[in-house]
Ligand binder design. Structure first.
Ligand SMILES: [Zn+2]
Length: 284
């Protein structure tokens, strides 16, 4: 069991035989924690084939509270928050959204920031803004950044790092796409967060099989520093806690307080310490 974030082999098993919370046939997985940086890893990660099967039917494996949140528009509060954060940290003109999903962030950003591109597995999302260029890439394959074939002033990725099989390769490929003086922004759950410590297995981002690794702020920092060093580029890495603007109703539903949740309008949002991090890497 090797921590792919900091490179340490000093790890210990913390959960055995865990299945995915919704698709209970997905598993069992044994999860380990790194004694050096505290990040979480999967001792027996799914094969690429099993993973692509899982994502083919992904929508049906979303938890009910997620589906209800999406239907009522409550999830939009988060995407507005992420878009604002990225816009505040954007440098230069060109940008790339890696793992754009249904283009929730790319479409919002495209309204004020032209020169956008997006990349993800599969064909171009139907709803993607017409002005945004699109590349189809498999982020679990080495060398996927080469098929995009150019550099960008800002490269960002929201809630993707924890899904890939090899987070160090993902960081390496993302850094390959950042132009000189450009910036990489990675947003993902933080395994060292207070929310994770309090909620344990009930933490919404504890998703065996789906969230294959989850870094701590130290793990994210060490991983990005190491990959930049391997590439021979000078970088400034800043990893921070992120209090995401969540719909209050959505959060109460996640915590299974549905009766209280239903009394609130879905659009009411508040920044909450649910345990996310943002790594902002600037090329010097
Ligand atoms: Zn580690």
């Amino acid at each position: 069991m090797h921590c792919d974030y900091c490179g340490s082999d000093n790890t210990r098993l913390v959960y055995r035989g865990m299945s995915h919370k919704v698709d209970t046939t997905f598993g069992p997985f044994d999860l380990f924690r790194c004694n050096h940086c505290g990040s979480l890893g999967t001792a027996n990660p799914p094969s690429e084939l099993r993973l692509s099967e899982f994502y083919q039917h992904y929508e049906q494996f979303r938890p009910l509270w997620y589906k209800e949140g999406a239907r009522s528009g409550a999830l939009d509060a988060q995407y507005v928050f992420y878009t604002d954060f990225i816009e505040r940290h954007l440098v230069g003109r060109s940008w790339l959204d890696v793992g754009a999903g249904h283009a929730e962030v790319a479409n919002k950003l495209a309204r004020t920031r032209p020169n956008g591109s997006a990349a993800d597995i599969g064909p171009r999302p139907g709803g993607l803004d017409r002005t945004v260029e699109y590349s189809s890439v498999d982020m679990n394959r080495n060398g996927w950044s080469e098929s995009i074939g150019r550099e960008f002033d800002t490269v960002f990725s929201v809630a993707v790092w924890e899904h890939v099989l090899t987070p160090s390769s993902f960081a390496h490929e993302c850094l390959s796409l950042v132009a000189n003086k450009g910036r990489l922004i990675l947003i993902c759950p933080d395994y060292g967060s207070f929310a994770r410590k309090v909620l344990g297995r009930s933490w919404p981002y504890f998703e065996p099989g789906e969230h294959i690794t989850v870094p701590t702020r130290t793990g994210a920092d060490l991983c990005l520093q190491r990959q930049a060093q391997m590439k021979g580029i000078d970088v400034d890495v800043r990893v921070q806690r992120l209090n995401v603007g969540y719909s209050v109703r959505y959060l109460l539903e996640v915590l299974r307080l549905r009766a209280v949740a239903r009394m609130l309008p879905p659009t009411l949002s508040a920044p909450l310490p649910t345990g996310m991090l943002a790594a902002v890497v600037t090329r010097k």
